[in-house]
Design a protein around this ligand. Structure first.
Ligand SMILES: [Fe+2]
Ligand SMILES: [Fe+2]
Length: 356
């Protein structure tokens, strides 16, 4: 009998403890603040932002047509039809830019299949441009020493020059500066865009400018420096601007869709606020923000233009202060000055001219 009482006591105590634990749990659950979903991080406009001032950047008399032109002029048609295919190596490399398992061995294997490219890279790597103490005699070491970004940059330069697209000195400097800044911004802004993608876009975004310069009549006195004005004149003169034409060429070269879209739209951030672009280009808005800011920064570095051109919303989106000094930081100035220096000498054009 006594045993039954003890058992009953134990059961009652356990039930009481279980009830207390359950009550405490319910109480804690109720007092915990509800978990909120992180808001979509396209645009963060805090209350102290001067929305009017950055929206004023987009208060413009003229904006480009976002749609592809329905008809192309005979001149443009013939450019598109006659452009040589870019080496499949570029397509192969660009489709692997997002591959996290990429390694120097695979990339060097790909590069050494082309002798001309291999010797171009080695010549460039051992040129005073990089000032390396030791001579580099193979592509694997070149990748390890200089990193993927530099190699991608050299590959793009050599491959486009191979199909006859040789930039003027000014354009050579611009694409190399934009590419360097874009690679730097991709790694420091930490918004999940691979550096290789941005380096490639920096090199190729204005590719159609070279073609226009080589094959189409230029306006008297040349194009204006102002990028928006230039786009307007291109559209009026040729019925298409260099961004849209560049996208068409990239499509012809079977580049990945993302790269095509970014090339095609790379001036949009100069005309529309981030909110609008994020809505229209949700998959490429990060790349567009990085590229257009790099583009403007490269032109600022060369003192070719000043002024905002792009709203603060884009700078905030890539986690940077909305001023050019926040982009052209001392840590990349050395590389930028080196590019300018080499471009100012004959090296860039001379190397391009030597291509078969
Ligand atoms: Fe452009
Ligand atoms: Fe550009």
């Amino acid at each position: 009998m006594e045993g039954t009482n003890i058992l009953l006591l134990i059961i009652c105590t356990l039930t009481a403890v279980a009830l207390i634990v359950a009550f405490v749990k319910i109480f804690l659950e109720k007092s915990r603040p509800p978990i909120r979903k992180t808001p979509a991080r396209y645009v963060t406009i805090s209350s102290d932002d001067d929305v009017d001032s950055f929206m004023a950047v987009y208060d413009l008399d003229w904006k480009p047509n976002r749609e592809k032109p329905e008809e192309l002029s005979a001149g443009i048609e013939s450019i598109i039809n006659n452009i040589e295919s870019i080496s499949p190596l570029v397509t192969e490399l660009s489709s692997r830019l997002n591959d996290p398992d990429i390694n120097p061995k695979d990339i060097s294997k790909l590069i050494i299949t082309d002798q001309g490219l291999t010797s171009f890279i080695l010549k460039r790597v051992n040129s005073p441009f990089y000032g390396l103490v030791q001579k580099v005699d193979n592509i694997f070491n070149a990748i390890v020493i200089l990193g993927y970004n530099e190699i991608y940059r050299i590959v793009m330069e050599e491959r486009t020059s191979r199909i006859g697209l040789r930039p003027s000195r000014k354009e050579w400097i611009h694409s190399n500066l934009t590419s360097t800044i874009a690679g730097y911004l991709a790694s420091t802004s930490r918004i999940g865009v691979p550096g290789g993608t941005m380096v490639t876009l920096g090199m190729l975004h204005d590719i159609a400018k070279i073609i226009m310069e080589q094959s189409l009549p230029r306006p008297e006195g040349g194009f204006p420096e102002d990028p928006r004005e230039r786009l307007r004149e291109e559209s009026e003169l040729y019925g298409i601007d260099h961004a849209m034409l560049g996208g068409m060429l990239a499509r012809r070269w079977r580049m990945p869709e993302k790269l095509i879209t970014v090339i095609e739209r790379h001036h949009w951030p100069m005309f529309w606020p981030l909110r609008e672009i994020a809505h229209d280009s949700p998959d490429t808005v990060k790349e567009l923000a990085l590229l257009s800011i790099s583009d403007v920064a490269a032109k600022n570095f060369m003192q070719e233009l000043e002024g905002p051109y792009i709203g603060n919303d884009y700078y905030r989106f890539i986690n940077k202060p909305p001023k050019i000094e926040g982009i052209l930081k001392p840590e990349i100035m050395r590389d930028l000055k080196r590019i300018k220096h080499i471009g100012d000498t004959d090296t860039a054009e001379a190397t391009a001219a030597k291509q078969p």
